[in-house]
Design a protein around this ligand. Structure first.
Ligand code: KG4
Ligand code: ZN
Length: 346
């Protein structure tokens, strides 16, 4: 089954073509980063308009790259939520319109299920069951994944998401949007021994996270350095490093705890923050000590992309799941998902 995947939940227009027999055939991404940069964050109305401009040309590009036409498509999957309602609407309307015209099935996919399954596109894909750490701009969640659509929330952030904290700290450091990769690059030049920031909520049991206190701690540290006239380039890099180390350590402590409590030996790490190099390196070492292993998507599939939506959609479409209505879901808890219907007997 050849499935076209469409992602338009936030500020990236992603399109990909996944074949359940041949794997990923093509993918293309248009990032709106430059469009939103001057506002320091995503402007929803501008995002929707830009998706409208870019989506169909990207569909054409992906089909051309795969040397196929739209008549070779067997189904379409799109992100139905969570995300910005206008942006989601662009993908949903385009997907339903194309599917109606081509007389093929269409399915709305959960964005975080897409992230969670993205490592399945890699050569060494994880087998079920596993624990997933979902770390993006909007979510920080630990999920016990028993199978497709069988998700149990183990813990989540009670305030800011990890990516959001990176983005806010980037603003404090006057780095451009989106801040995560910028803070990570600055931290490369930072020294880990100069400051030690708190590891929030690690001193008590449980698997929830909180990053807002760490954010305030970072702001206070920067303010003090500024008042002392000591906020030079090295100090900014040292603060970025202290912040990154604190986030990475906190995530790792909770991942280890989740693996121990659930008895799982595989950890999937996905979402934008899973691109963070220090997180990956430190986690790999920590998990090896536990006899466990982490699985990540390739770099460009950590952040939003069409391939993860095509893949996740294909797993459900092949089982017969369909969406009859255009119904974006800006808020949509992952735990509400259920496994696809059992394959019908022939
Ligand atoms: O998954 P994603 O593309 O979008 C959402 O679904 O939210 O994640 C974007 C988030 C942003 O907050 C961005 O700053 C963060 O991922 N991010 C990073 C890195 N690359 C992206 N954070 C830390 N280190 C990185 N290398
Ligand atoms: Zn995302």
């Amino acid at each position: 089954m050849r499935v076209l995947g469409i992602e338009t939940s936030c500020d990236e227009t992603g399109v990909a073509l996944y074949d359940t027999d041949g794997g990923l055939l093509a993918d293309a991404l248009y990032s709106q980063v430059a469009l939103h940069a001057e506002f320091g964050g995503v402007v929803p109305e501008l995002a929707s308009r830009d998706h409208t401009r870019k989506l169909l040309p990207l569909v054409d590009q992906v089909l051309a790259d795969a040397q196929l036409t739209k008549h070779d498509l067997d189904a379409i999957a799109y992100t139905a939520g969570p995300g910005l309602v206008g942006a989601l609407m662009v993908g949903a309307c385009t997907a339903h319109g194309m599917a109606r015209a081509l007389d093929i099935p269409v399915l709305g996919v959960h964005h975080m299920e897409g992230h969670l399954l993205a490592p399945m596109l890699e050569e060494t894909a994880p087998e079920f069951p596993f624990v997933a750490l979902l770390v993006s701009g909007g979510h920080t969640q630990l999920v016990d994944v028993r199978g497709l659509g069988d998700y149990r929330l183990l813990g989540e952030s009670v305030d800011d998401a990890a990516g959001e904290a990176f983005d806010k700290v980037a603003k404090m450091l006057e780095l451009p949007y989106p801040g995560g990769p910028q803070v990570a690059a600055l931290a490369e030049r930072g020294r880990s021994e100069r400051f030690r920031f708190p590891r929030p909520m690690t001193d008590r049991p449980g698997l929830d996270f909180s990053f807002s206190g760490l954010k305030t701690h970072t702001l206070t540290a920067l303010r003090q350095l500024r008042e002392q006239g000591a906020l030079d380039d090295q100090a900014r890099a040292d603060v970025a490093r202290a912040f990154e180390d604190a986030v990475v350590d906190t995530l790792i402590i909770k991942c280890r705890r989740a693996l121990k409590e659930s008895g799982r030996t595989r950890l999937v790490v996905a979402g934008g923050v899973s691109a963070n190099r220090r997180l990956r390196e430190t986690l790999d070492i920590a998990l090896a000590r536990l006899g466990a292993r982490a699985f990540y998507p390739r770099g460009r599939f950590c952040t939003d992309n069409g391939a993860m939506i095509a893949y996740a959609g294909a797993q459900r479409l092949i089982a017969g799941q369909r969406s009859d209505a255009i119904q974006p879901r800006p808020r949509w808890p992952l735990a509400e998902l259920t496994p696809p219907p059992a394959p019908r007997a022939v």
